[in-house]
Design a protein around this ligand. Structure first.
Ligand SMILES: Nc1ncnc2c1ncn2[C@@H]1O[C@H](COP(=O)(O)OP(=O)(O)OP(=O)(O)O)[C@@H](O)[C@H]1O
Length: 261
């Protein structure tokens, strides 16, 4: 049976009087892709912020491969194996495509300062190793011919893919994708879908995906968790979620409010 990568038990956080996330429970296994959906302001990003050490839970706990992660700083969470992409792309824009990925390898293998300063043989060996590994990743994402382009000059869809490639290079076990298809055209979305499937097959990592594109969520997620006002209102297979009355009402309610606004 596949290893449980992420487990959250009764996870919650309050800001003043507001419970942004309440009693959140989840279990994701290696190679599994779980969707996290809900109307605007439901608490999805807050869940990601809890899982990445941006916020400390005020209730409950979460575990990565059995290790308790509460209270760890973001860099410790990354070192433990949780990586994340953001709604707005955050790349090292003035660096080249391959450098963006190599930096992430450097985080997992660690540059040693004296070697970097004096350009020792170890430094050059590690440098070549990162470059080779980075190139392999870029190939998976169809970005190998863009390796020496400045990241900021890539089209939007490719910047998104590069962000995911960089996250993979941190050697993570759990990948948190925050609206990866936002702003993409249908061709870019289809390409992203292909990449996500390759990642799961080749790397066997667990993925938690926030996405507003319902057709994408329904197509690729094995299971889906739905939250509304910080509370989990449904968990299940895509077809169960699509026909769940509470979920339909939560989304329709949100639409009506937006129309009336
Ligand atoms: N640091 C904070 N301080 C106070 N309130 C916060 C904080 N972070 C989030 N919230 C509140 O928590 C609730 C959930 O917000 P969150 O951004 O997680 O929703 P979301 O589901 O990601 O929304 P969207 O789909 O619009 O991105 C909102 O009411 C938000 O105002």
């Amino acid at each position: 049976m596949a290893e449980v990568i992420l487990q959250a038990k009764h996870l919650g956080i309050s800001f003043g009087g507001l419970k942004a996330v309440d009693d959140f429970n989840i279990e994701i296994k290696a190679g599994e892709l779980m969707g996290l959906i809900g109307p605007n302001g439901a608490g999805k990003t807050t869940v990601f912020n809890l899982l990445t050490g941006v916020y400390t839970p005020t209730e409950g706990a979460f575990f990565l491969c059995g290790e308790k992660m509460n209270g760890k700083k973001t860099y410790q969470v990354v070192q433990a194996g949780i990586a994340r992409t953001f709604q707005n792309i955050r790349l090292f824009k003035s660096m080249t495509v391959i450098e963006n990925v190599m930096v992430a390898y450097g985080m997992s293998i660690k540059y040693k300062m004296p070697g970097a300063l004096f350009r020792s043989s170890t430094y050059w060996r590690e440098e070549a190793e990162y470059r080779e590994k980075a190139m392999e990743l870029l190939k998976i994402f169809g970005l190998e011919d863009k390796a020496d382009f400045v990241a900021d000059n890539l089209p939007y869809g490719q910047q998104r893919k590069l962000e995911i490639a960089r996250a993979l290079a941190t050697g993570m076990k759990l990948l948190l994708l925050d609206e990866p298809a936002a702003g993409m055209n249908p061709t870019e979305t289809a390409d992203l879908l292909r990449c996500i499937n390759v990642i799961r097959e080749q790397f066997g990592i667990a993925i938690l995906l926030i996405e507003h594109d319902m057709s994408l969520v329904m197509k690729i997620c094995e299971r889906i968790v739905v939250i509304d006002y910080g509370v989990t209102i449904a968990t299940g297979l895509p077809e169960e979620i699509a026909s769940n009355q509470r979920v339909i009402t939560a989304y329709l309610g949100a639409d009506e409010e937006e129309e009336g606004a």
